[in-house]
Design a protein around this ligand. Structure first.
Ligand code: ATP
Ligand code: MG
Length: 313
């Protein structure tokens, strides 16, 4: 818990994030009154560390403009504010504007009309409110992944988003978390032809996992044991959408298609054709599995796991 507490952002930092969101919204709404700026990613999903960059998404209905044109115009609009290092990255897989706000000292990335990310951010935050063990578990897993260099998608390892989903899956398997997408929906949106629906009245689910008394350290050990020894990498896909593992056969994720190798399969909860493990290749899969085994062994045998587990790679 003290490791978790040392990573959580302070109230002051959270109010600075809100301040920056308000400043940027004001600036952008002058030019585009019907647009809306959303916080997403770790500063809104409750799994954000102190000092992390801010992810923002501009929702805008400009049918005549391409995404790249919107990004270029956005960068132009932002130049009117007191902001630094404004850069339009129009060639990235997801085009963004990057900037730094000297008032708050915060850096942020703004993308356009990536509303699925706003919705999956809400799903993760809703899960975090059901059982108080999820947040510290995911913080510690993310901290471990960053320390051990297995949180780098461009090097074939997994995103923070994927690790949080792996934690939710594990807690679903322990009956500590329910499966919100299998319950009667109270929240619906359609984004790019994907129907996103789930039960979001999570205050009614307080105490859901109370029957399982496992402590945070036991769950952390269980999480690594699951990924080191129990998960069936050949046959299974983890799916928080259904609350269990489903078969690779069912999804036709049994062979390599293009660059998707499906060596570790993590279904996106809304974009179900999207395997969050697709970045993993023949080399990085072994690096990952060795790290899961190392972590499981440390938690089993090491008298000081709180140091060894996070030793820089
Ligand atoms: P960090 O603290 O490391 O910045 P983060 O929660 O911001 O963590 P990222 O992996 O940087 O996580 O992703 C930011 C957001 O982008 C996620 O919360 C999610 O909404 C979205 N996202 C990231 N990767 C994917 C993906 N492969 N598919 C769909 N959405 C994704
Ligand atoms: Mg982020």
């Amino acid at each position: 818990m003290s490791i978790f507490e040392s990573l959580v952002p302070s109230d002051e930092e959270i109010s600075k994030q809100k301040q920056l969101l308000a400043t940027l919204s004001r600036l952008i709404n002058k030019e585009w009154p019907n647009s809306k700026l959303y916080l997403y990613g770790s500063c809104a999903n409750s799994f954000g560390f102190s000092n992390s960059d801010i992810d923002l998404c501009l929702s805008i209905d400009e049918k005549e403009m391409s995404k790249v044109d919107i990004i270029l115009k956005l960068a132009h609009i932002l130049h009117a504010g007191n902001l630094r290092n404004i850069q339009a990255l129009t060639r990235a897989r997801v085009p963004i504007v990057k900037l730094m706000d000297p008032n708050t000292g915060l850096s942020c990335d703004i993308c356009v009309n990536n509303l699925l990310a706003v919705v999956n951010t809400k799903l993760l935050r809703d899960y975090s409110q059901i059982d108080k063990r999820l947040r510290p578990l995911a913080f510690i897993v993310k901290h471990w992944a960053k320390s051990r260099c297995v949180n780098e998608t461009y090097q074939g390892t997994l995103s923070s988003y994927a690790y949080v989903i792996m934690c939710i899956h594990y807690l679903q398997s322990q009956r500590i978390l329910p499966c919100l997408q299998e319950m009667e929906p109270t929240y619906y949106v359609t984004v790019d032809n994907n129907i996103c629906a789930y039960f979001d009245q999570v205050d009614k689910l307080n105490g859901f996992g109370a029957q399982c008394k496992d402590t945070l350290s036991r769950l952390l050990w269980g999480f690594f044991r699951y990924w080191a020894y129990a998960h069936n990498y050949t046959k299974d896909v983890i799916s928080i959408r259904t609350g269990r593992s489903i078969s690779k056969n069912m999804k036709d994720w049994t062979r390599r298609i293009g660059n998707d190798r499906h060596l570790i399969c993590i279904e996106d909860p809304f974009e179900t054709s999207h395997d969050l493990g697709r970045v993993v290749d023949n080399r990085s899969i072994w690096a990952l599995r060795e790290e899961f085994e190392r972590a499981a062994e440390i938690l089993h045998l090491d008298p000081n796991p709180n140091i060894t587990l996070f030793e820089p790679y």
